[in-house]
Design a protein around this ligand. Structure first.
Ligand code: HEC
Length: 182
């Protein structure tokens, strides 16, 4: 993808003869689902929400600095990245889940990492009828390798949140719990 982006930029530079580059066509260099770069530094991102309890997993969510500057009630700015770590939950020998002192599930290895990222007019690359604003989706193994996943599933499950929550499931909870305001 990086090469494609680079090629797109180089073509624009050649085409514009050194003039300022303003993105026009949405598909020029904009990623498709599954093509986002793995945000290797996401562990240093501000916390979105941590320790979300699922029936068989624990999820930790991060947001990059650009996204964290978003004001409550607004949509996330282009350049925002949301990252969700999905951890397996530890089991007892009888197949029930181990509970910690706080009654919560105990993490037992990072299974996969889901990413949503936004860019100007990226949504025009979305499949017909599944546009989630300008968000694009990608799923990775913990080492950053891509997972082979049907991205329509991500879109269909996030689309009901609608524009008012910017297609982000934990939108309300994040702004309610956020400690810093920018
Ligand atoms: C069946 C519904 C469903 C599907 C399919 C789904 N998600 Fe989500 N997603 C959620 C829910 C619910 C949350 C909130 C955290 C939680 O409760 O697990 C969430 C949260 C997220 C977040 C954190 C921001 C937010 O919305 O709160 C990211 C990033 C994310 N999902 C990416 C993806 C990607 C990438 C895919 C596809 C590979 C995907 N999701 C598929 C339901 C879904």
């Amino acid at each position: 993808m990086r090469q494609i982006l680079l090629a797109g930029v180089m073509l624009s530079i050649v085409g514009c003869g050194g003039m300022a580059i303003t993105p026009t066509a949405p598909s020029d260099g904009a990623p498709q689902d599954g093509e986002l770069a793995f945000p290797f530094d996401y562990k240093s991102f501000p916390t979105f929400l941590h320790g979300i309890q699922k029936p068989n997993a624990v999820r930790d969510l991060y947001i990059n600095q650009r996204g964290a500057e978003t004001q409550k009630g607004a949509a996330f700015a282009n350049g925002s990245i949301l990252v969700m770590e999905i951890h397996n939950a530890k089991k007892n020998t009888d197949d029930t889940y181990v509970k910690g002192h706080d009654g919560n599930l105990v993490k037992d290895g990072l299974a996969k990492i889901f990413v949503m990222q936004k860019g100007e007019r990226w949504g025009n690359n979305a499949p017909e009828g599944l546009k989630n604003g300008d968000w694009m989706y990608s799923a990775f193994k913990p080492n950053g390798d891509r997972l082979d996943i049907g991205y329509e599933k991500c879109r269909s499950c996030h689309i009901p949140l609608g524009e008012s929550k910017d297609y982000v499931h934990r939108y309300d909870e994040y702004f309610m719990k956020r400690v810093h305001s920018y």
